[in-house]
Design a binder for this molecule. Sequence first.
Ligand SMILES: [Fe+2]
Ligand SMILES: [Fe+2]
Length: 207
Amino acid sequence: MLERLLLPEKHAIAILLKDHDTVKELFDKFEKAKSGNEKEHIIQSALTELKIHAALEEEIFYPTVRAHVGSDLMNEADEEHHVARVLIAELDRGRHGDDHRFAKFTVLSESVRHHIKEEEDEMLPKAKDVKVDFKALGERMLQRKTELHERGVPPDAEHAMVAAAGGQADTPARAARRRRSPLGAKGARRQQSAKTLQRRRPKRNSR
Ligand SMILES: [Fe+2]
Ligand SMILES: [Fe+2]
């Protein structure tokens, strides 16, 4: 277990733990949110937080602790990041009003909660014994975090993969739409776009 309260604020592990708490709070808020707009707002904040957190870990923290923590745990973490990145890329490409959007975000949040638990229960307790200046590492992470907030995150392979599939890579969602709609998949997509357009169109003043 991690003695999180004993870590100094700029310790690299304390920074990761704080990020974890931030995204878990956003997931809790999403579950409690009543309106679609509120949920969408939370999705946007969570996606930004997750992308920046993943970049900090992949660029700085994971390479520093990988050899000490061992390839079993680290490879699993890499794969969990990959799965999360695919869902994030689909959510970035998707639109407010897509019928599977909130379900997709819920699955992302469940998967990230699982990943956070593994990091906090297994990876980080091992990583804290690495012979490295964790405060200096934390400073580097905070500096990179500021850069990522200002300039945006670098493009990833998962966004390219989802873009290459032209939004057609979600087989179960497509099949469900096809089965539901008497018009078939194309018709279901057209209906979906029409609904989204309707939602976006400003309401006319009835006076
Ligand atoms: Fe991670
Ligand atoms: Fe993490």
